[in-house]
Structure formats: C-alpha cells, structure tokens
Design a protein around this ligand. Sequence first.
Ligand code: MAN
Length: 406
Amino acid sequence: MHDAGAKVRAKYINEYRHYRAQASAELVRLESLLIELTAEEKTLREALALAEQEKNYMEEQKRKSRTYTMPYLRTALYEKLESRNGAIRSLARALENAVGEMRVLAKVVESLDTDDAPPAVTGALQSYSEWLGENHQGLKASLDERLAELMEWAPPISQLESMADENVFEMMDGAPEKGTIDTRPDPLTHLPSYLPEGIIPMYQKIVTWMVRMLVHLDILHPVHLGVHTASGKSVSEAQAALDACTQKIQDTERDVKTHKKDATDDDAKYGRDGEFKALQDQCVSKDMGSYTYEMCFGGTAWQVSNNDGFKFNLGRFDHFDVDNKFSADDERHYLSMLYAHGQTCWNGPPRSTRVSLECGAENALLHVFEAEKCTYSMRVTTPAVCFPRKSMEELIDEARIDHEEL
Ligand code: MAN
C-alpha cells in the first residue's frame, strides 16, 4: 500500500513541479514585459513632451502672425534666386580677376627693355601707349585712370558681392503667388501610416526636429495652417497612449507581485514537496450519524446536519501544523493540517478542526470526533503522505514518464 500510495504522491509532486515551471516561466515573461513596457513608457512620455512642444510652438506661431498650416518649401523660386545669386557672385569674382590680370600684363609691358629692342617690342609698347590713351586733362593716361574709365559702367565689385549675399528668403518674402503653393497633402503627414507602430514615436521625434530645424534656418515656412496639424489631437492621443501604457505597467507589476507571492506561499500551502497542490479543492466526506462531515484540501471543513441539512463551517485551511519533533525530511513532519476561523460556537471559540493525515491509497475521511466543544478532529487518509520503499526520485521519474506519455 505504501508503494502504491507513494507512486500517487510522486505523481502529485510531478504535477506540482510542472505547475511551478509554468508559473516561473510566466514570471519571467511578465518581468521582461515589464522591462519592455517601462522602455515604451519612456518613449511615450518623450512623444507626449514633443507633441506638447509642437502644440505650443504652433500656437505661438499662430499668435505671432499669420495662420499657419502645412509647411511647404518654395523650392522653384528658391532655386532660381539661389542660382541668380551664384551667377552674380561668379561675375564679381571674374571681374576682379580680369582687372588683376590686366595690371600684371601692364606691368610686363612697362618693364620691357626698349634699348635696341626688336620691332615687335617697340610695336607692343606703341600699342600699349595707344590703348592707355589720354586723360581728361589731355595728358597721357595712367593705367589706373584707364581701368577706372573701363569700369565706369560696371557696378562696383563690393555692390555685386553684397547683392550675391542677399538672403534668398527675404527676397521671397510676402505672399506667394497664387498657384505656387503645393496644396497636396504633405507626404510627411502620411508616412506614419506606412510605418510599424513601434517606430512612430521615433519618426515623430525626427520629423519634429527636422521641421523645427528647417524653420529655424528659415528654409521652411509654415503657412496657412489648418486645424488638423495644430496638434491638440496628437497631444491627447499621446497622453492616451501614455496612460494606457502606465496602466499596463501597473497591472503587470501587480501580476508580478502576485506570482512572486504565490511562489513563496506555495511552499507553505502545498506541503513539503508541493504534493497537496494536486489535491486543492478535492473534498472527502463521512457520514457519522447525526452529521455528515466534509473536508476540502486547501478549502473548508463542514459539518452538515443529517436532520435538517443545516451546515456549520468548521474552519478554513490555515496551515500545516508541522511536528518539529521530526526533521523536515522525516515523513512524520507533515502529518497534520489546521483548519481555523470557522463559525463561532455559542458561548465558545470559533470552530476549528485538526486533520490528521495517514498514508492511504485513496483520499478518504475515516473518522471525526469533537475532542472539545467546537474543536474537531478528523482522520484522513491520502497518498500525499505515503513514502516509498523505493527512492522517491525514482518514483518521480516514473511519474514524469507517465505524464509525458499522456
Ligand atoms: C452544533 C454542532 C456541535 C457543537 C454545538 C455547539 O450543535 O456544531 O458540534 O458542539 O453546535 O453549540
């Protein structure tokens, strides 16, 4: 009988181990979920801050002047003016170079040796002198006077340079011409619908940063802003997403706590090796004449009148009342359960029950007696307290194999 019972006990223990393995896997899952959620919460918090900043920015812009809408780039005009500025800048540089090179050439001609010079040199000097010509006083002009005369109709280089440096956007200032505004929906606003959800906060961050940067650099002008981009909605969306995430974190934290508590409680609740887990809420009963008694493992003990069916609560499972005369690994250590806080006895204490456990092939209630008024004693047999003649690990192995074969 001991060995048969011990085999059942091993099965119970194996079930418990299975249950614990699942519970700790679940705890690992919950804990990593918590890490993910915490990171997500941080991102959502940042997204909310950005949405708020954006909203404030838009409101500020609205207050400042025009109605703002879609940011748009006045690309065509911008590029035209930019290339015009580039051309002026090149022209100024080319003019400056040409004058410089003329001076060098003049220096070369002026330094030619005229003594015994061949006719070509004399000819060159003659041509140079003719080219210089006469000044206003009718005298032979200097090189500077000649150059000044040549440049008379050209704008001064400094003026060309400052024209080239003019701010293109200032040149473009004022209302854009009709038909030049791109009124198509901004592709940037639609891009999020193509993105995986996880990337959206990062995307929003980058877009906000970019837009702000472009506006700051005066490259992008937000004009005629409609209501839908004034971000009141996106702030509330960001807030709702953050709240949902925070709520999820709280729920997960509570689940983690429960799982951790369960893990510690299980040791005390389910017996020495968890063998009573498999028996939770299984009940055994016994008709003792006036009353039928019932005891549920891990639950409540009852006394039911066979006369009128009236039920007395004899206590709820409170703890294993271990016998410290024996060491924890001695089979006699866990042979008693205490059920407490039952229905209060008239003029007496709340009803309570001590359940003494004996090894048996079946779970059964053998006998009940009221040792003192409202204090009950039950004798219960169960395989949960059967110890093997074989090694327990051997039996658990067998139980595991049986379980896997199922
Ligand atoms: C009921 C039962 C008895 C108990 C008395 C005490 O009759 O629960 O077992 O002794 O109450 O009044």
